[in-house]
Every structure is written in C-alpha cells, then in structure tokens.
Design a protein around this ligand. Sequence first.
Ligand SMILES: Nc1ccn([C@@H]2O[C@H](COP(=O)(O)O)[C@@H](O)[C@H]2O)c(=O)n1
Ligand SMILES: C[C@@]1(CO)OP(=O)(O)OP(=O)(O)OC[C@H]1O
Length: 160
Amino acid sequence: MNKFRIGFGYDVHQLKEGYDFWLGGIKLEHEKGAVGHSDADVLIHVICDALLGAANLRDIGHHFSDQDPQFKGIDSKILLSEVMVLIREAGFEVGNLDTTICLQVPKVNPHIPTMKTCLAEVMNVSENDISIKATTTEKLGFVGRQEGVSAYCTALIYSV
Ligand SMILES: Nc1ccn([C@@H]2O[C@H](COP(=O)(O)O)[C@@H](O)[C@H]2O)c(=O)n1
Ligand SMILES: C[C@@]1(CO)OP(=O)(O)OP(=O)(O)OC[C@H]1O
C-alpha cells in the first residue's frame, strides 16, 4: 500500500531595486527584485521545503547552506531538481503541490501558466499537479509596503 505524507513550506525574501525578480522559475519585469544568497526565488524555495518536509529530510538551507559560496546566485531550479533527486531516492513521488504567493505588485496571474510549465519540466511532474495562486495583503505589512515577497506551499508525496 502507498504511504502518503504531507509537507509545508514558508519563506520570505526582501524586495529591493537593482535585483532581478525570479519567481516560479521565470524572471519578472519589475522595478524591484528579490534579495537572497541564491537567485531568491521564493516560490521554488517553499516548494523545496514542502517536499523535503514531507519526506522528513530537513530543509533547503540544510542541504544548500546560505553560507556556502557554491550556492551564491544559484538558479533555484537547480536546487529544486536536486530536491527531486532526494525525494525520489527516498522512495517517493509527488502527488500534488498547492502554493500561494503573497505579493502586492506586480500581478502574477498572467505569468502562472508559464511558471507551471517551467516547474513541471524541472520536477518532471504533470502541470496539473502544480497549483499556483497569488494574493496581495491589501497594502498591509511588509508585503503590502512592497518590501518583501512571501510564499506558502503544501505538498503531498506518496511512496512508490
Ligand atoms: N501579486 C498578485 C496578487 C494577487 N493576484 C490576483 O489578484 C486577486 C485579488 O488579490 P487579493 O489580494 O485582493 O486577493 C488574487 O486572487 C489573485 O488572483 C495576482 O495575480 N498577483
Ligand atoms: C536558497 C538558499 C541557498 O543557499 O539561499 P537564499 O537565497 O538566501 O534562500 P533562503 O530561503 O533564505 O535560504 C535557503 C538557502 O538554501
């Protein structure tokens, strides 16, 4: 019988002028970008954390330390593909992901189909198993002040 496990991920990155804005594996055109040790793709980071959590394999920073120069500026799609190797080595396959991006501006809805295509390819799963949603925080808090972007992810994995 398949064993089902769930995981959850949460992450925040600061938004600043002069940085690229990578989100869901694609680069958005915006006056601000996300700050991090890697390319700071908050959506990919929460997907990694939810998958690792589901498999009880610690978190993204445990595997790819933000103190390690080899990960400076790294494309988070590479980290996600390595997380998929860990998940599959542990004997699991992805059931589905449900994510929420918290971002005041810009609107991400027009980009969601492209993000899903990109992430499905990196993870080698069906686009139908990746849900991406977005919300503003109605101008409240650090997201509302456009100082940062956060994201949440729940993941279902099953033993194969
Ligand atoms: N960065 C964002 C934020 C929201 N959306 C979409 O707009 C809808 C309304 O936003 P609320 O904060 O009022 O819930 C939301 O449901 C998303 O569909 C977006 O595309 N990009
Ligand atoms: C992605 C990693 C890579 O060093 O760095 P950051 O881009 O700083 O991202 P964060 O989610 O703060 O930490 C996790 C790290 O693994």
